[in-house]
Each structure stands twice: as structure tokens, then as C-alpha cells.
Design a protein around this ligand. Structure first.
Ligand SMILES: Nc1ncnc2c1ncn2[C@@H]1O[C@H](COP(=O)(O)OP(=O)(O)OP(=O)(O)O)[C@@H](O)[C@H]1O
Ligand SMILES: [Mg+2]
Length: 335
């Protein structure tokens, strides 16, 4: 099924993701999709969740700053390169408060700063902050746009990013339960039950946990709804990115994330070799590509939505993105 047929078959589709191996064209494909929907008259937000942003360079305009900015030269299209520094600071402050409370409570005279630094320099912390931002955008901006296209970082990150919703809910349930247990134990052990109950109602940790649980559940509902969400995999006609996509698909299925399909990028058009470049070098490249195309057809055939040709130059600027969108619309192998 072609990309356009797929999106037509999902009239309520709102959240699109692109993922794949590093450098295969995830950002280019996401930009092409966003451009396509915008030119169809839909209101579109393109969001980069990759800590190493590249929307600015793909569009050839400054989209950095963490805010939603209109894309110049494309009506109905907005973009945002997500900045996680504020969330990271919020996490640090929260963790610091909790650790200080805990050390005081346990009567441990120790400076919590080194512990906070260790915990927050963990890469998982950044991922979690990015996930938090993604949930914010889904819940807050979801109602304001017809489509939100998320450009994710390379495979593992993207999958964990989305899979986190499932893990988070499990973890939060456990945390809420054990917090309830701890609090009820305090009530049982106390002589001043009413006073303790009053305090418990204001328990900041419990309030945090419950509000986080609510947000994640709301986002998870969208993320796992095949009518609302579709995850697209981008690959090149080469061994490694193909095997990454296959592995990726298995992981995504395990997390119940709906699959949109596969986009094959950087396909050398046959005519290039037949009409002009008949060098041994180009013939070999084309032969190699045909071998990998056969593998893609065999292993991923029904999922392929479009082929993007290998352009003469890198993809930079709105005119080039328009060509990517044309390829998505055509859905055919570039000739
Ligand atoms: N079809 C194409 N023809 C020519 N150049 C392309 C094509 N697709 C992508 N490129 C170029 O390849 C480079 C990588 O593309 P892109 O940034 O979209 O990949 P990515 O998967 O998002 O990378 P990262 O993993 O770093 O996020 C860019 O310089 C882009 O312009
Ligand atoms: Mg990218």
C-alpha cells in the first residue's frame, strides 16, 4: 500500500513517527511527510526529538530554540526542535529535594550533590526528559494540529522513548501502591491518626506520582491506538539498515506500537545508469541495490510505502523537501 493510500485509510491519524538506523534519512522523511500534509491544507507540526537536531539544516532556516516556529515558505507548517534543558533542571531540583528529605529523615549527614550529579548524567535521564517533552507535546499540542510528525533519534533511542510509556505505567503503579502502603502504615502506627491523615493528603510524592501516571496513561492511549498513531521505519537499500528495521519492527510490536510502514530512501534511479553513468562503478552499485531491493520485497514487501530517490545533492531547503514529498505521493520505484 502506498504512503498516500495508507494515510487516507486512517482519517484520524494524528501522530506520525520516523525511526531507523543513524543517518538513513529519518529527518528527511519526516520533513517530507510534514510538507505533504501541509500542502494538503492540514495544520502540521514537525517535532525533532533527536538531541542532535537537524530540522534547521534540512529546511535551511533557524528552527532552534525549543519553541514552535512557523516554517518559512510552507503554509500550515510549524516546526520545533525540542530543548530538554528545562526538564533536566526540573528533574535535578526534584531529585535534590527528595534526596535531601530522605537523608534528613534517615539522619544521614551527607551532601546529596554528588548523588544528584551521578543520577542526572546517566543517558537514560536525557531519554526520560525527551519522553516527558514528547508526552507534553502530544497532550498539549495534539488538539491544535491535524498532524504531528515526530522525528526520532536512531533506533534504540526511539524505541525506548516510546516503549517507556509501557514501562512507566507499570513502574508508576508499583510506586503508587508502595507509597500508599507506606502511608497507611504511618497512619496505623500513629497515635494522632487524624493529623497524619491530613499530612498524607498533602503528600507531595504521591501527588507527583498520580499526576505523572495520568499524563503517561493519556499519552499511552494515543501511542497504542492504530487509528491515531503510526510509526514509519526508514531504510536504505543496504544490508545493515534493513536488518535494523527488521529488528526494530519486532521491538515495536512487542510494545504494541502501531506500524505505519517502511520508507526506502536513497534509491538510485535505473535511468541514471541506463542513460548516462554506465561506468562499472555505477553498474555495480545498481546491481547491489537490486539485490537488496529483492530482500526488502521478500521480507518487508507489504509494508513498503514509498521509495525516495537518491538526489544529486543532499536534501536542504524547501524545494528539495517538496521533491521528497513527491516521492511519498508517487509511492513508485524511481525510474
Ligand atoms: N534521498 C536522499 N538523497 C540525497 N541525500 C539524502 C537523501 N536522504 C538523506 N540525504 C542526506 O543524508 C544525510 C542524512 O539524512 P537525515 O539527516 O535525514 O538522516 P537521519 O536518519 O535523520 O540522521 P540522524 O540519525 O543523524 O538523525 C543528510 O545530509 C541528508 O541531506
Ligand atoms: Mg535525523
Amino acid at each position: 500500500m502506498r504512503f498516500t493510500d495508507f494515510v487516507r485509510s486512517r482519517p484520524n491519524l494524528r501522530f506520525l513517527f520516523t525511526g531507523g538506523k543513524g543517518g538513513v534519512g529519518k529527518t528527511v522523511a519526516a520533513a517530507g511527510m510534514a510538507y505533504y500534509f501541509a500542502t494538503q491544507g492540514q495544520k502540521v507540526l514537525l517535532v525533532s526529538l533527536n538531541p542532535v537536531h537537524s530540522l534547521s539544516s534540512v529546511f535551511g532556516q533557524d528552527l532552534w530554540g525549543g519553541q514552535i516556529k512557523p516554517v518559512e515558505g510552507v503554509e500550515n507548517l510549524w516546526a520545533c526542535e525540542v530543548d530538554i534543558s528545562d526538564v533536566m533542571q526540573r528533574y535535578k531540583d526534584m531529585l535534590g529535594r527528595r534526596l535531601r528529605e530522605f537523608f534528613k529523615w534517615a539522619d544521614i549527614p551527607i551532601n546529596p550533590d554528588p548523588f544528584i550529579d551521578i543520577a542526572t548524567t546517566n543517558p537514560a535521564f536525557e531519554e526520560s526528559a525527551m519522553f516527558d517533552k514528547m508526552v507534553d507535546i502530544m497532550l498539549e499540542q495534539g488538539p491544535n494540529y491535524d498532524k504531528i510528525v515526530f522525528d526520532c533519534a536512531a533506533v534504540a533511542n526511539a524505541i525506548r522513548l516510546i516503549g517507556l510509556s509501557k514501562i512507566y505505567t507499570l513502574w508508576l503503579q508499583r510506586m503508587i501502591e508502595s507509597r500508599k502502603e507506606a502511608l497507611s502504615l504511618r497512619v496505623k502506627l500513629s497515635f494522632r491518626k487524624e493529623k497524619v491523615m491530613e499530612e498524607i493528603k498533602k503528600d507531595p510524592l504521591m501527588a507527583d506520582l498520580i499526576s505523572m501516571d495520568k499524563r503517561i496513561r493519556a499519552a499511552k492511549k494515543f501511542l497504542m491506538d492504530p487509528e491515531a498513531t503510526a510509526f514509519f521505519f526508514v531504510t536504505l537499500p543496504l544490508a545493515l539498515p534493513i536488518s535494523v528495521v527488521k529488528r526494530f519492527i519486532r521491538m515495536v510490536k512487542a510494545f504494541d506500537i502501531p506500524i505505519g510502514g517502511v520508507i526506502v530512501n536513497c534509491v538510485i534511479p535505473r535511468s541514471v545508469v541506463e542513460k548516462g553513468e554506465r561506468s562499472e562503478y555505477m553498474l555495480n552499485k545498481l546491481r547491489e541495490q537490486e539485490g537488496y531491493m529483492a530482500i526488502i520485497e521478500r521480507d518487508l514487501g507489504p509494508l513498503v510505502r514509498a521509495y525516495i530517490p537518491l538526489f544529486e545533492t543532499e536534501v536542504a531547503g524547501v524545494d528539495m523537501i517538496a521533491k521528497v514529498a513527491d516521492a511519498l505521493v508517487s509511492g513508485e520505484m524511481p525510474e
